[in-house]
Design a protein around this ligand. Structure first.
Ligand SMILES: O=P(O)(O)OC[C@H]1O[C@H](O[C@H]2O[C@H](CO)[C@@H](O)[C@H](O)[C@H]2O)[C@H](O)[C@@H](O)[C@@H]1O
Length: 270
């Protein structure tokens, strides 16, 4: 973080902040609908967005509608379904290719026999992607993988990505990195230095993109990562967002967040 401040000639750096949702802004829960969203989270994110001139977006595997529901009444710029869906900062919703939508429906439909046999599995069909959750039946991971592989074989435009107790099918050419780079071409993100915070495998694309653009990836929790910085947990993410705000709005615009607080650490393995 200190080098970003140095790059800005000692002034508060112009940052664009991107965060993942599940496992980063909220704790992981037993099912997708059971997440506990703190009552003040929307207000805190609204403050962060304002402090960074609205250069703040959520980049998630969730559908945009889910993020809107969890953060109501806040409507942030969001990339959903791992980048397949995107709502720009000006509110424009980019249309999804009809072929992608119908392929995702077909992949979801092909899961019916497995779901009938194992009702403990959770299917999360999305506009443009599909998630098959096995958190309630970890022993079925291989069966889920095989079923999803068979279903996506008929749709070569889709690729499988693993997540936390989930296997997801998403359209090739979309990932969190492509979403971050798309935002960075637009106002109010353009010209700023990106920071991407995430906890999962699919967030690696976001870390890479942020770092390619001269910014920083921040990985939440343990595990191999290409992110340059690491943060411990969701509570620390809230503290980091508050801390970044203080850099911009506080009296000590040259404060060095990485050195002054224990919430960020350099990663040892890239
Ligand atoms: O990119 P993210 O915002 O991290 O979203 C990734 C997936 O998160 C959700 O699933 C995960 O969180 C659930 C709730 O904590 C948990 O029950 C599940 O096991 C996790 O995989 C969401 O349901 C998916 O659609 C997202 O793609």
């Amino acid at each position: 973080m200190s080098e970003l401040i140095a790059q800005s000639g000692g002034a508060a750096p112009l940052l664009a902040i991107f965060t993942d949702f599940d496992g980063t802004l909220v704790e992981i829960a037993e099912t997708p609908d059971a997440v506990d969203v703190p009552a003040d989270l929307a207000d805190q994110l609204d403050r962060t967005a304002r402090d960074f001139n609205h250069a703040f977006a959520v980049i998630t595997g969730r559908e945009i509608a889910d993020i809107d529901r969890f953060l109501s009444p806040l409507h942030l710029p969001v990339a959903g379904a791992h980048g397949a869906q995107r709502r720009k900062a000006d509110g424009t919703l980019l249309a999804l290719d009809a072929e992608i939508t119908s392929a995702a429906k077909a992949i979801a439909g092909a899961m019916a026999p497995l779901l009938e046999e194992h009702p403990e599995l959770i299917l999360e069909p999305k506009d443009g992607a599909v998630a098959l959750h096995f958190r309630q039946a970890p022993e079925l991971e291989e069966d889920c993988l095989l079923a999803m592989q068979a279903a996506t074989a008929a749709h070569p435009g889709f690729a499988l990505v693993p997540g936390k107790m989930v296997i997801e099918a998403r359209p090739s050419g979309f990932d969190k990195g492509s979403a971050l780079k798309a935002f960075m071409q637009e106002e109010p993100f353009a010209g700023r230095t990106p920071i991407f915070i995430g906890d999962d495998t699919t967030d690696e694309d976001g870390f890479r993109a942020a770092q390619e653009l001269g910014g920083i990836g921040i990985k939440l929790g343990p595990g191999k990562t290409i992110a340059r910085m690491r943060i411990a947990d969701v509570a620390s993410v809230y503290a980091l967002l508050e801390g970044l705000t203080q850099i911009v709005t506080g009296p000590q615009a040259t404060s060095n967040l990485a050195d002054e607080t224990p919430i960020l650490a350099e990663t040892t393995a890239h």
